[in-house]
Design a protein around this ligand. Structure first.
Ligand SMILES: [Zn+2]
Length: 353
């Protein structure tokens, strides 16, 4: 079985980092937003990152995307297209994350943003058979009003059973530039989520230093995004392994943002050999011009064997923010015929619709 055919789940995928350049162009045209180029090839250097750049430069590219994602039609479309692209990777279940405070506008609330994304995901589920859930991101650098609005939306839409029968909000994330802002100010949100039973992941260890890693572990995050800075931090890595905190790997992302010099030097396999649970993810498939199959290929370059990757793809199901019974149904779909290609190969009965 090829890595493309290998059934997969994806746990770390940013909606606003997943846009196709052609879609960016069309959304901008429809909304009268000026872009620095008028065709896809000329636009690519402005909306994609192909060489190494600082995390802050990568995040700056998003400034071109946000103005396009402030209405129902745009959010529904990009969510639907993400499901279609995920089907091309043979992804069976996807957790997609975004910060609805960035989508809010006068007359368009954080609730409206989540509803539009859920509609797009549901349309994609019906057509391509890929089930999904949403993680609501709080953002480092956002003010209290924005974070509170996003968190209240998370509370209103979260149900433990969301995700498989139909797309819904399944958890919390904290994202943003940890080289400029302190995650510790967000501890009360993680405490509140924990008290409500809402599972959390947290971007941690993407930039050097132990601070965000210590925060994520102290805050009770069940997963961490990146974890690259665990390299050489044996005590922290031991804490991650002992607490069964899963690491969401984003290999290409780490090379492009210069967290790691070369893919061959990535510490991911050392984490895995130390006993850490890991998953393979794209982070931003549109921004980096990659797909999840590419990331599995990169994982091989980082030292993982094909057998290990086959195991990792299945074990990642256990890390999904879903009840056990729903994880079992995702696992069962790993043995079912592929969803890859078009809706024609998808049998609706597989997801019980
Ligand atoms: Zn991320």
């Amino acid at each position: 079985m090829s890595l493309r055919e290998l059934p997969k789940v994806e746990l770390h995928c940013h909606l606003d980092g997943a846009l196709r350049p052609a879609t960016i162009l069309e959304l901008a045209r429809e909304r009268g937003v000026k872009l620095p180029a008028g065709n896809v090839e000329a636009l690519r250097p402005f909306v994609q990152v192909h060489g190494p750049c600082a995390l802050s430069e990568c995040l700056a590219v998003f400034e071109r995307i946000y103005p396009l994602l402030k209405d129902d039609a745009a959010l529904e479309r990009v969510a639907y297209e993400l499901v279609e692209d995920s089907a091309g990777d043979n992804i069976r279940h996807l957790e997609v994350r975004f910060a609805p405070a960035l989508n809010a506008a006068p007359g368009f609330s954080t609730d409206d943003a989540v509803l539009a994304v859920l509609r797009g995901l549901e349309r994609g589920r019906k057509e391509f058979g890929v089930t999904s859930g949403v993680l609501v991101c709080l953002l480092l650098g956002h003010g209290n009003d924005e974070n509170r609005a996003a968190f209240d939306t998370l509370k209103r839409f979260w149900r433990p059973s969301n995700g498989v029968a139909r797309p819904g909000v399944v958890g919390l994330d904290l994202a943003g530039d940890a080289s400029r802002f302190d995650a510790r100010a967000y501890a009360p949100y993680f405490e509140e989520a924990r008290a409500l039973g809402i599972p959390a992941t947290c971007h941690a260890g993407e930039v050097p230093g132990p601070a965000t890693l210590e925060f994520a572990l102290d805050a009770g995050a069940r997963r961490i995004g990146h974890g690259t800075a665990l390299d050489g931090q044996e005590k922290l890595l031991r804490r991650v392994v002992d607490a069964k905190v899963a690491i969401e790997l984003n290999l290409t992302s780490n090379v492009r943002t210069k967290s790691v010099a070369r893919i061959e030097d990535h510490p991911a396999r050392r984490f895995y050999q130390a006993g850490a649970k890991v998953s393979v993810n794209t982070d931003d498939r549109g921004l980096f011009g990659i797909d999840l199959t590419h990331e599995y290929e990169e994982a091989r370059r980082a030292g993982f064997t094909t057998d290990e990757l086959t195991r990792i793809s299945l074990e990642s199901v256990d890390q999904l923010f879903l009840p056990d019974a729903d994880r079992a149904s995702v696992r069962a779909r790993f043995a079912a015929p592929g969803t890859q290609g078009s809706g024609a190969s998808f049998r609706a009965a597989e997801v019980g619709s």
